[in-house]
Design a protein around this ligand. Structure first.
Ligand code: KIV
Ligand code: ZN
Length: 507
């Protein structure tokens, strides 16, 4: 096999990242984008873990046709049955069973014997096989499992019907040479290994998730489990975009391919960052803001003369939009629509009208409108689509004399106009206090960041916030040329997400 199967677990392991909760609509939106990206398998969630996860897996299974949809389950019949209930409508359903295999886990956590674990693994794979032919099994903590026992489990689950065996480096403990050796050991010592695909699932605790994955691929693994932007439990998972672009850029070395449409990478990365609220670090490989910017004079000189001198990837290959002027005040609807479609957006007429109106409003305030501005503007429009509470207007007075004061007008879920005013320690606090008087949901603000989308004094400012309620964290985003307005939008966005999660009823 010269093709590596890309198994995306952004919606499952990625969502396990602290503070990364997504609602069902957001999961569906990401799943649609993952399908466009061309991932082979989407791990959509863990149906037995919560009714929300069940519903999300089920909804994604109903809609997505080109990628296989995978439901994760622990090794008990009830959970396996629940996974199947959620995923059975998918065009290509997969059940993924995991069970700890290392002595560290089975002695200290599960308090079972190796034989008991072996039996549980086989019984549950056989149970799942009664539902579908596509079964994945993961011996959790495989990289700290005694190899001889690991080979024994893998042979047994393949006999019981597993078609993919996944080797998780659950705690990110492995180092590349050793992890690659484990894959070679599996190929040499599991007699029926030719009946299953070897997969790897690496965590990034030592910053080695991508390196371990690539070494394993080089030594025979043919499925890579990964997430967009590398988000995931603790330090995260191996990053999809880094694995895919390494395989593509170094085809001379790997001689392998993937089915990924790399021009969708940047867009997917932005969407996941927007919806989870996890900012992408500027120096992040492939998708970071600085990944293709050259500061040193020597490098700039080289790139101007011949890009290949210092650029190993053409930014267009991963769909990075240019930051040059694209549209202005006089641009019409047709030009705007055309640019949107070049950026990969296909909006229906109603959404297009809203986005165009927002574009015209922005063009009045900002002279040069770039692709990044357009992206930010469309994201802002899409955020407000499913809003319960909607920001109509705000007015703020502030300065180094007097007390910061904000007046806010909102519409509630029934369309009723609500207005109030409040004082605060600063303009953002005053706005938040005024909103609190209207949307009475107890919460605390735990994070607030603001950054500009492009350079220049008239740039759009994007605000990202996190609020916490009942121990659950919700992110909110807002974008506007006025950062106080962005802050208000971000807070309303976070409150809407909190309300949609149904955790708290308004007073
Ligand atoms: O890290 C891990 O071991 C997992 C398994 C469920 C595959 O996420
Ligand atoms: Zn994991």
């Amino acid at each position: 096999m010269d093709r590596v199967i890309i198994f995306d677990t952004t919606l499952r392991d990625g969502e396990q990242a602290a503070g990364g909760t997504l609602n069902i609509q957001e999961k569906l939106e990401i799943a649609r984008q993952l399908e466009k990206l061309g991932v082979d398998v989407i791990e959509a969630g863990f149906p037995a873990s919560s009714p929300g996860d069940f519903e999300a897996v089920n909804l994604i299974s109903q809609e997505i046709k080109n990628s296989a949809i995978c439901a994760l389950t622990h090794a008990n019949f009830k959970a396996v049955d629940r996974a199947w209930e959620a995923v059975k409508v998918a065009a290509r359903p997969r059940i993924h069973i995991f069970l700890s295999a290392s002595d560290i886990h089975i002695i200290h956590q599960l308090k079972k014997s190796r034989d008991e674990i072996l039996k549980m693994a086989c019984d549950n794979v056989a149970r799942a096989k009664g539902y579908t032919s596509d079964i994945e099994f993961s011996p959790m903590d495989a990289s700290r499992t005694e190899p001889a026992y690991l080979y024994q489990i893998l042979e047994a689950v393949i006999d019981a019907g597993a078609t993919t065996v996944n080797i998780p480096d659950t705690v990110g403990y492995a180092v590349p040479h050793e992890f690659g050796g484990l894959i070679e050991g599996i190929r040499a010592n599991v007699p029926n290994i030719d009946k299953a695909v070897i997969s790897i699932h690496c965590h990034n605790d030592l910053g080695l998730a991508v390196a371990n994955s690539l070494e394993a691929i080089q030594r025979g693994a043919r499925q890579a489990e990964c997430t967009i932007n590398g988000i995931g439990e603790r330090a995260g998972n191996a990053s999809l975009e880094e694995i895919v672009m390494a395989i593509r850029t170094r085809k001379d070395f790997f001689d392998l391919t993937t089915g990924i449409d790399t021009t969708q990478i940047y867009r997917t990365s932005r969407m996941v960052s927007d919806l989870t609220g996890f900012a992408v670090q500027a120096n992040k490989a492939i998708v970071g803001a600085n990944a293709f910017s050259h500061e040193s004079g020597i490098h700039q000189d080289g790139v101007i003369k011949m890009p290949i001198t210092y650029e190993i990837i053409d930014p267009r290959t991963v769909g990075v939009p240019s930051s040059s002027l694209v549209l202005g005040k006089l641009s019409g609807r047709h030009a705007f629509k055309q640019r949107l479609s070049e950026l990969g957006y296909s909006l229906n007429d109603e959404d297009l009208n809203r986005a165009f109106a927002a574009f015209k409003e922005l063009a009045d305030k900002k002279k040069h409108i770039t692709d990044r501005d357009i992206e930010s503007l469309v994201a802002e429009e899409q955020r407000t689509l499913s809003e319960e509470y909607h920001l109509e207007r705000i007015q703020v007075t502030c300065g180094d004399r007097g007390i910061p004061t904000a007046a806010v007008r909102l519409t509630d879920p029934k369309g009723t106009v609500l207005e109030d005013a409040a004082l605060g320690t600063g303009p953002v606090d005053a706005v938040y206090q005024a909103i609190n008087r209207l949307v009475k949901v107890p919460n605390s603000l735990t994070e607030f960041t603001v950054k500009s989308v492009t350079q220049g004094i008239d740039a759009i400012g994007e605000v990202l916030i996190r609020i916490e309620s009942d121990g659950v964290s919700y992110t909110g985003r807002g974008a506007d040329t006025d950062i106080i307005v962005s802050s208000a939008k971000a807070y309303i966005n976070a409150l809407n997400r909190l309300l949609a999660a149904g955790e708290i009823k308004t007073a």
